[in-house]
Design a protein around this ligand. Sequence first.
Ligand code: V47
Ligand code: SF4
Length: 356
Amino acid sequence: MEIDDIASKLRDGGRIDAEEALLLYRSAPLWLLGSLACGAKRRVSGDKVYYNRNFHVEPTNICLFECRFCSYRRSRGQEGAWDYSMDEVLDIVRSRAGSGVTEVHIVGGVHPDHDLCYYAEMIRRIREIMPGVGIKAFTAVELSYMIRRAGLTAEEGLRLLRDAGMESIPGGGAEIFDEEIRRRICPQKCSSEEWLALHRTAHRLDIDSNATMLYGHIETLEHRIDHMMRLRALQDETGGFNAFIPLKFRSRGNGLSHLGETTIVDDMRTLAVSRLVLDNIPHIKAYWVMYGKQSAELALSFGADDIDGTIDDSTKIYSMAGAEDERPRLTVDEIRRMCSAAGLRAVERDTHYNEI
Ligand code: V47
Ligand code: SF4
C-alpha cells in the first residue's frame, strides 16, 4: 500500500494496521502526519485542548528497582533520597487546599517498607482534606508490587484502594512492552503482560487509567508500533483508557545518558502516529513538563488534545532527568495563550475528562 492510500483510509475514518503505521512513521512527510493527526483529533475533540488544575505528590524516591533510564530513584541513605512521613505528605496536601485544584497525582518509587495499607490510609486521609478532588494514584508497577506483597489478587488490592478513594491510575511503568527491550532497560519491573492485566482489572472495577510509552532510547519504530498495538487491543476490550502519553526519554543523570535525546521532529511524528494508531483512545496528552512548554505548544498541531495541568512546582521526576523547567508550573492564563496560539480553545477538565 502507498502512503496516499493509507492517508485516504485515515481521512475516511478507517483503521490502520501495524505495517501501514510503520510506513507512515518512516516515510510520510511531517506536514502530512500533522494534517492527518489534526483531522483525527478534530473528529474527537473539535477545537478543544483539555487541561486540569493539578499537583503531584511524590512521597518517596527510594526505590527497590534500578531502571536504567531513571534519574529519580535513590537507595535508602543515599544522597538526594527523600521519604516523607504521612504527616509531611498530608501537610503538602493541606497547603494546596482551597487553591482550586481538582486532581492529585501520586507517584513515587517502589519503597521496600510502605505497604498497601499505608497507601490506602494515605488516600483516605487525602480525601478527608480534599473531599472533592480526583485521586489518580500509583503506576501499575507500584501497584503490582504492593498488592503482591500484601498477598492479595489484583482485584482485591484494587478494590481496597478504590474503596479508600483512588479513582484513577496514571499511565506510568508501561515503558516499552517488547520483552527484550524491557529486560534491558527495566529488568525488575512487572512484565508487560502484568501491566496490561492490571489495567484490564482496574477498568473492570470502574477505575479508569492512562497509558504511557517511553521512547527515544534503545527501541526501534517497530517496538513503538507494537506497544501501541497492544494498547489498542486492550482498549477494544475494555474502553477504560482516557489518554495515551508518549514520554520522551530525557537523558541527564541516568544509566542511559550516553544515548542522548531524540529530536523534536521525532517527538512530533510520534505524537501524530499515536493519534492515528490509537483510534480508540480519546485523548493524546502532550505532557508539557517532559517536552518543555515550546514543544508542548507545537504538539497541539500534531494531534494532541491535552497538555496535562498547572502542576505548580510539585514534581521532580523530569527536572532531575534534564527537562527545561527546574520548577515546572503553568498558570491557566498561560495555558489559554498556548492553546489560542495554536488556533485552539483551552477547556478545563476533571480527572475523568468531564468539562468544568
Ligand atoms: O514510567 C522515568 C518515565 C514515568 C524518565 O498518567 C522518564 O497522566 C523520560 O507515568 N525520561 C512516570 N521519562 C511518569 C508518568 C506520567 C507522567 C505524567 C502524566 C501521567 C498521567 C503519567 O516517567 C515512568 C517512566 O516511563 N520516566 N525516567 C526519563 N529519564
Ligand atoms: Fe524505580 Fe520507577 Fe525509577 Fe524504575 S522508573 S527505578 S521503578 S522510580
